[in-house]
Design a binder for this molecule. Structure first.
Ligand code: SAM
Length: 433
């Protein structure tokens, strides 16, 4: 008769169940994300809604595995490892031993190549995996992104491609934007909840680990917004003054519109538009919850129509290929095709033209995109300057230090660490009207 320990039996059954769910989720991820182009976080949200039996630990395990799978796909799946082995190797490359359900999933497929857990530099991780896989041709850092992306990065940072790709392989912290004069309250609330944080530029705070946003809100109220550091840099480049009127053309959920209003200390006006109705509804709720009376939200297709009013400042945070967000959304690199920058360039050009029309003489136009392609950044600004002789680049201090710019700045993902962003500032000549 064998002696079975009930808690071990229970643990084994949990591991078996989690391994089964992982198998199903990774299969779905291949179909829906790679073939169907659906963002991995949207897929996971849908899955968790339909599978209420999955607890918070299951959800964390699944989420971490799916994101690691996509983060390292260029060296695993794309190099012929099967999905289960790709998951196990991805955990090691992230610097942790694969948890038992991942080990079991890989063992069932008989495919785990093993190897060391490597928390070091990207080159150390590459070398360790090279030794394990004896890959031929040898693994290269540029394989961690699609070839078109490597080529675009080479155009904006010929010497810095490897460093940018390395920054895509680590998860950036969650950044909080502290609202004016609320820094003490936010810090107290974080300390009261035992949430560790680091100080960033302009009172931005970085939280490395997970935390419960709802609980923090209960304690700190609307004294902060969750906003990536690169996105906070856009508000700094706009630098709106109290009393001004600004148009945030592509306001989305309103992160930057609220920042503009805060920087004007509520004494000014921000028209925040987006062509998507649902997101404008969210924006209205968010502005109301933050007590921001100076933000007015409206649905508008800005490529087709501009408001009658003329503005002191126009911000165009345009739709783009999103390469700057690849550390937060590692799956995006495998579902974005190389024609996207060229396709986005068309809408970016149209939005910039409309934005320029809505500026008063002497007004400021700020163009930002969370991407690192040349096609959607310098080339779009060049197109605009060729099309309109009433606009000129205006120098501004780099928002993360490092001196004055000549009218355009890169925020690189390794600078924060944060998302990557391009920001240009132009002024409309005043003698044209
Ligand atoms: C990069 S996102 C904006 C993010 C937002 N500014 C923020 O800080 O959260 C781009 C936005 O542009 C919007 N958009 C795309 N085409 C548009 C158009 N023709 N007119 C207005 N908004 C548009 C999209 O719906 C999307 O929300």
């Amino acid at each position: 008769m064998t002696n079975t320990n009930p808690s071990e039996t229970r643990r084994a059954s949990i591991v078996r169940r989690q391994a089964e769910v992982l198998r199903e989720v990774i299969e779905r991820a291949e179909d829906e994300v790679i073939d169907g182009g659906r963002p991995a976080d949207t897929m996971l949200r849908g899955l968790f809604r339909s599978r209420r039996e999955l607890g918070s630990r299951d959800r964390r395990l699944i989420g971490d595995t799916v994101f690691a799978f996509f983060r390292w796909r260029g060296w695993t799946r794309e190099r012929g490892l099967d999905p289960a082995a790709s998951c196990a190797v991805a955990w090691r490359l992230d610097g942790e031993a694969p948890p038992p359900p991942v080990e079991r999933f890989a063992a069932e497929c008989g495919s785990d190549p093993g190897g060391r857990v490597v928390p070091g530099t990207l080159e150390e991780r590459r070398a360790a995996l090279q030794e394990t896989l004896r890959a031929n041709p040898p693994l290269d850092v540029t394989e961690l992104v699609p070839a078109w992306a490597g080529e675009q990065l080479g155009r904006i940072a010929p010497e810095g491609v490897a460093e940018i790709i390395e920054s895509f392989q680590d998860r950036p912290p969650t950044w909080l934007r502290v609202r004016p004069n609320r820094a003490d309250r936010v810090r107290e609330a974080l300390a009261a909840q035992g949430i560790e944080f680091a100080e960033g530029p302009s009172e931005a705070l970085a939280i490395e680990g997970g935390f419960h946003l709802g609980e923090l809100r209960k304690k700190a109220g609307r004294t902060f917004e969750v906003q990536d550091l690169a996105s906070q840099c856009v508000g700094a480049v706009c630098d709106p003054r109290p009393g001004e009127a600004w148009w945030d053309v592509c306001a989305g959920a309103g992160g930057k519109a609220l920042h503009l209003a805060d920087r004007m200390e509520g004494q000014g006006r921000v028209l925040a538009t987006d062509r998507r109705e649902g997101i404008v509804r969210n924006l209205k709720q968010r502005a109301r919850a933050s007590g921001m009376k100076s933000v007015r939200a409206a649905v508008l297709d800005a490529a087709a129509r501009v408001p009658e009013e003329r503005f002191d400042g126009v911000l165009i945070d345009a739709p783009c290929s999103g390469m700057g967000t690849w550390s937060r959304n590692p799956d995006a690199r495998w579902r974005t095709d190389g024609s996207m920058p060229e396709r986005k360039r068309e809408i970016q050009r149209a939005l910039l033209q409309r934005g320029a029309e809505a500026l008063r003489p002497g007004g400021i136009l700020v163009y930002s995109v969370c991407t690192l392609t040349s096609t959607e950044t310098m080339e779009v600004v060049q197109d605009l300057l060729e099309a309109r002789d009433d606009l000129a680049p205006e120098a501004f201090p780099h928002p993360l230090g490092g001196g004055n710019t000549d009218g355009a700045a890169w925020v690189l993902p390794q600078d924060g660490p944060c998302s990557g962003m391009f920001i240009a500032r132009l002024r409309k000549e005043s003698f044209y009207e």
